[in-house]
Design a protein. Sequence first.
Length: 135
Amino acid sequence: FTFIPTREAPDHDNPDYQHTLRTYYPFRPTSPHCVRAYKKQDGPMEIAWSGGHLVRFAGPVRLYSERFRMKHYLFLSAEHAACKYAGRRFLSEEVIGRGWHGWRPRLRSEDILLPDASQVRASATDDDLDEANPW
């Protein structure tokens, strides 16, 4: 689940952001995606090759049937997004060679537009996060 601020509530840059920033969209480009918990395997594990998004083991891996929820806070305000991404330099090997970082290398401060609350989902608690129709 990717949490982002909206035009109606644009600033969550505070220590209590996990309670104030409740607008999100479900994100799962592939399945499984960003699996972070694994049972100890007999062989080595490789994760750096994918930027931490996919893992490779020497043998087959069985995943637990229930997915753990992952909450990701991309940025807490438009200003935070500009500080975090605009003007940041990325390694060309990662951007061109591996196709990493998506839109981030091209982001300029003036490009940052927060969505309307109607374009994302809202939750009151973590128990009501809706993973249907991921982006």
